[in-house]
Design a protein around this ligand. Structure first.
Ligand code: SAM
Ligand code: SF4
Length: 331
């Protein structure tokens, strides 16, 4: 057991690392990056798996017990499975989870299960093929939809992430709730955030968490609020009689910062103690300059100690630079 040393100045303990293993992706979701993609990091700029393992080990020594593998699309990175196999052996690490767009995850499901990785979040913003195509700029709905059932049949705990936005997928909200009638999965509706890899295109922000909740409650007035985990970012509900549940994540309103236990490491080694804040250190550069694990640990401790109170304060510290693509930030 490791003592948790990652405590920020507001007394929040951090035990959850979101590790982006690549900034590349086979989709081009409108809310995440422009159609032509972003200025992807070169191979040399990306951390090697050895670097990621070394840094993850330092994080675990500091008290991180859960790592979410994200990206970009994690499964487009060659060598991801052997990496996960090594990662899971780190002392102090209790859980690895994955976020994927569902195009490639299915082919690895037996291996994932074999490694004890059984919680997976799949991004799915529409249940309609054409809308899915417009949102992701890829015609892959059937493949992704099928992968969800393959994962469920194999016993994975599946959460669907759905970014809600006007003129995109409002008509999908209720069908998603209907999906939870017979499927034991959780659908989480997210507010769109400004991390879209553009020079400043703002989302419309017309559908905040309250409006999403009101919309759903109009159709399902007897919805029951569920008790959520202490650090949950979603407020969770269930329609009585449904096998699955749903949650609403105020990702732009940021009402959950008071209990946030996360820290993020980008594929190029940028450390962020808040999604809305600037990078506070580059741990890849530190490693490449010959720093010891103790030096790296110290850098992380200082960064965490100086963490901003919430996403609004962190945004101020970003000085308006809040359009970095989620595929870079590690969603
Ligand atoms: N490619 C994988 C996927 O899509 O699941 C993992 C990386 S993706 C950046 C992680 C999550 O961030 C996805 O659920 C995606 O919907 C969400 N996301 C990306 N850009 C976002 C934005 N601008 N606002 C809200 N959520 C966003
Ligand atoms: Fe790719 Fe995920 Fe970004 Fe969509 S949200 S473009 S799937 S990284």
């Amino acid at each position: 057991m490791n003592d948790n040393k990652l405590v920020d100045r507001y007394g929040r303990q951090l035990n959850y690392l979101r590790l982006s293993v690549t900034d590349r992706c086979n989709f081009r979701c409108y809310y995440c990056m422009p159609e032509e993609g972003i200025d992807f990091a070169s191979r040399k700029e990306l951390m090697s798996f050895d670097e990621m393992l070394r840094l993850s080990s330092v994080f675990c020594q500091l008290g991180i017990s859960k790592i979410r593998i994200t990206g970009g699309e994690p499964f487009v990175r060659n060598g991801i499975m052997p990496f996960l196999d090594e990662l899971r052996q780190l002392d102090g690490l209790n859980e690895i989870t994955v976020t994927s767009n569902g195009t490639l995850s299915s082919r690895y499901r037996k291996q994932l299960l074999g490694m004890g990785i059984k919680k997976i979040n799949i991004s799915l913003d529409s249940l309609d093929r054409e809308r899915f195509h417009r949102i992701t700029r890829r015609d892959s709905f059937e493949e992704v939809y099928q992968s969800i059932f393959d994962l469920l049949n194999d016993g994975f705990e599946v959460k669907l992430n759905c970014v809600v936005a006007s003129n995109k997928n409002i008509q999908d909200i209720i069908p998603f709730i209907e999906l939870t009638r017979d499927q034991a999965l959780s659908v989480r509706f997210l507010e769109e955030m400004p991390f879209n890899g553009t020079d400043g295109k703002q989302p419309l922000f017309e559908w905040d968490h309250k409006r999403i909740a009101d919309h759903i409650h109009q159709y399902y007035p007897d919805t029951v609020r569920l008790i959520s985990e202490a650090n949950s970012t979603s407020v969770n509900y269930q329609v009585p009689g449904h096998r699955g549940s749903f949650g609403i994540i105020p990702s732009f309103s940021r009402t959950f910062c008071g209990t946030c236990n996360r820290v993020r490491l980008s594929a190029t080694g940028e450390l962020r103690t808040c999604l809305y804040g600037p990078p506070v250190a580059n741990l890849r550069d530190l490693l490449r300059s010959g720093a010891s694990s103790a030096n790296v640990a110290n850098e992380i401790l200082v960064a965490v100690a100086n963490r901003e109170r919430d996403g609004h304060a962190a945004e101020l510290a970003s000085q308006g630079n809040i359009h970095t693509s989620m595929s870079v930030l590690g969603g």
